[in-house]
Design a binder for this molecule. Structure first.
Ligand SMILES: *Cc1c(COP(=O)(O)O)cnc(C)c1O
Length: 439
């Protein structure tokens, strides 16, 4: 009974910078040595490219657009800096997020503040800085009125038929617009955020908001902006890889025959800026926006981080397990699944990690466990087909982790240090320079 590959490979799309990093004979080893534990790698240049992609989609459609990076997807300061440098604002939900956005060069009017029942202190700060505030509920508007603050607000709509806990009903929106006590508050427009990745649902709800703006203008409100939220898809895996997995995700291909009920949709036909193009095309939304002189805001989180970061663990243990007439390596790495947040959703992050360095060897399947004493703390239950047997000191590089995987969930569990973020910059002679992210 030899070691053999159990599951098909699920290679991620990779950006050119990652291929350069993986091909570099020393850099990953040097960083791993300096950091002395698991770490994340960020390449902010790619965030800038992603912002530029959305801006190009707006420009091609002749639409006045605004991009607000949904900051909850990653805490790194370098991401916000890239947004500031490329003309995107930031969507924040706490004083911490607001402060760090300002520190990285976002101006007050480039901030959007969302979230339910925002604290009075957050609302005060948002108003001081001239941020757009997405009002989530009538009592939040009451608070702003009582405070007499010159707030710029969007009214967040509860999408019709939705069970979301966010946003206001039609009747609540109507009542807000009829208020005569708004004083210095300006209603700049409306917003929504949908789960799922359907461009058509977004385009159609946007049309409803355009109609709302027209009505609100008749009532004397400014109503010149609508925000269609985030939820721009990311394409992690090729269609063939993803369809093959869905067609045959045999639990025997997972350590302990683990089963998951659902997975993130790792392949997207129409990701990021292409999804924005599809939204703008549907029902001639672009033209309707132009005719009504309405600015379209978007709040992408995940999509601005596409291919902008990876997560690196060191192999510190390797044992052999057998099951179903096959054997595989059960690896232990120096971090935890808290740095790969898909387990929040009782699911698994599927794109294959790369075993580094690249050396010849016998293809070997491996599942990956964390350096903790929890049975459930696995980074990969799936028996990943690695090109050779992993050895102590090897690195496992999980691709495309910047969007939500990295730090949404990290804690110093077991008093293990939280992995730092290493930021890669290009020098003029085509080399990498690295530094630590400042937060
Ligand atoms: C989470 C969130 C976003 C970002 O969503 P992504 O799926 O990362 O694009 C944008 N807007 C609001 C209101 C959100 O809650």
């Amino acid at each position: 009974m030899g070691l053999s590959i159990v599951a098909p490979a699920m290679p991620a799309h990779r950006d050119e910078w990652e291929l350069r990093l993986l091909a570099d004979p020393d850099l990953l080893r040097d960083i791993a040595f300096a950091v002395g534990g698991p770490f994340h790698v960020m390449y902010p240049e790619r965030v800038g490219d992603n912002v530029d992609g959305f801006r190009a989609a707006f420009a091609q459609a002749g639409v006045d657009g605004a991009i607000f990076y949904g900051k909850k997807a990653n805490k790194a300061a370098c991401v916000v800096r890239a947004c500031a440098e490329h003309g995107a604002g930031v969507d924040v939900s706490s004083i911490g997020e607001l402060s760090s956005a300002l520190t990285q060069g976002i101006r007050g009017e480039e901030l959007m503040v969302t979230g339910p029942a925002k604290s009075p202190e957050l609302l005060w700060l948002a108003t001081r800085h001239g941020a757009l505030i997405a009002v989530d509920a009538p009592d939040e508007l009451d608070g702003l009125v009582r405070a007499g603050l010159p707030a710029r607000v969007l009214l967040r709509m509860l999408p019709p038929g939705s069970t979301s806990r966010f946003g206001m009903t039609e009747a609540e929106l109507d009542a807000a617009l009829r208020r005569t006590d708004l004083g210095p508050i300006t209603v700049e427009g409306f917003s929504f955020h949908l789960s799922g990745y359907d461009p058509i649902a977004r385009a159609e709800l946007a049309v409803t908001l355009i109609e709302r703006c027209r009505g609100a203008r008749e009532q004397g409100h400014r109503a010149g902006t609508i925000s269609i939220g985030g939820g721009f898809a990311v394409d992690y895996l090729s269609e063939g890889t993803w369809q093959d997995f869905l067609a045959d995700s045999d639990p025997r291909r997972f350590h302990a025959d683990k089963r998951f009920d659902s997975y993130y949709p790792y392949h997207a036909e129409c990701p990021g800026p292409d999804m924005l193009r599809a939204i703008l095309r549907h029902g001639n939304l672009a033209q309707r926006l132009r005719e009504n002189e309405i600015r379209l805001a978007i709040e992408p989180g995940r999509a601005l981080l596409d291919r902008a970061g990876s997560t690196v663990f060191r192999v510190q243990g390797a044992k052999i397990r057998s099951a179903h007439d096959d054997s595989y390596q059960l690896l232990t790495v120096d971090g935890t699944s808290l740095s790969l947040s898909e387990q929040w959703f009782d699911s698994e992050y599927l794109p294959d990690p790369t075993l580094w360095p690249d050396r010849p060897g016998v293809p070997t399947a491996a599942s990956v466990g964390a350096a903790t004493c929890l049975e459930s703390d696995m980074l990969s239950w799936r028996r990943i087909p690695l090109p050779r047997a992993a050895e102590l000191g090897d690195l496992l590089v999980y691709p495309n982790t910047a969007g939500y995987q990295m730090d949404s969930n990290e804690s110093a569990f077991h008093q293990l240090p939280i992995p730092p973020k290493v930021v890669l910059y290009d020098t003029s002679d085509g080399q990498f320079r690295w530094t630590l992210d400042t937060r």
